[in-house]
Design a protein around this ligand. Sequence first.
Ligand code: SAH
Length: 250
Amino acid sequence: MLENVNVVLVCTSHPGNIGAVARAMKTMGLSRLTLVSPSDYPSDVAETRASGATDVLADAKVVGTLAEALADCSVVIGASARSRHIPWPLMNPRQAGEKVQEAIAAGNRVALVFGRERTGLTNEELAQCHVHVNIPANPDYASLNLAAAVQVIAYEVRMSHLAAADKLQHAGDGQWGVSWDHPLATQLELNGFFQHLEETLVEIDFLDPNNPKQLMPRLRRLFQRAAPDKIEVNILRGILTMVRANRRKE
Ligand code: SAH
């Protein structure tokens, strides 16, 4: 699904940054890179900085204009260090990550657009984005290196993606979010256990029936928090049966 996320770099001047972006992308599971009129590219410097992510570089598309890069994308998010545009829908990276996940889950292609090292994205380019994303950095020094900015946003995309996959995996689980190999004990079975436990605790003089305090509610709370399954309740009852049997033998 992450193959529907396209990272678009506009007019990058240092090929080393392109390599570093490829690396940042690959660590987060992104593979689609589009370069709009890059300078000095292809380049050995880019290859070196990509480290093990040269496959991302090899597959990168080079195009002449931003419009070309965005042609097959239906959601466009532009990363901008500062706002110099008329007010526009603005998100932080976490919100943008969620937006990306929502969009790709519905089968859309998303573009994440990043600007030039020195001057960022122009107003015209920013206007081609549905939303802008700003990394809330130090206001006195808010401009991240291009590859660092890609890393932060790609990380948030990945986190949202993993969270969604996790939710899906547990969608059919019981109320406690875990499904073991046996079904949870029913309330009837739990009540049988609590009854058994109470009788045993009285028998071993741990519980004074004339002064029970909050012992049983506390134990109930403890066991209910653990949400035992049928087998676990059987094991607990087996232990209680043995405690009582052995006590009678004494
Ligand atoms: N001096 C430029 C910054 C360019 S940094 C400017 O002020 O716009 C290169 C690119 O990295 C930016 O165009 C943007 O896409 C991204 N970037 C850097 N810092 C960012 C931040 N704090 N929030 C969002 N994107 C950022």
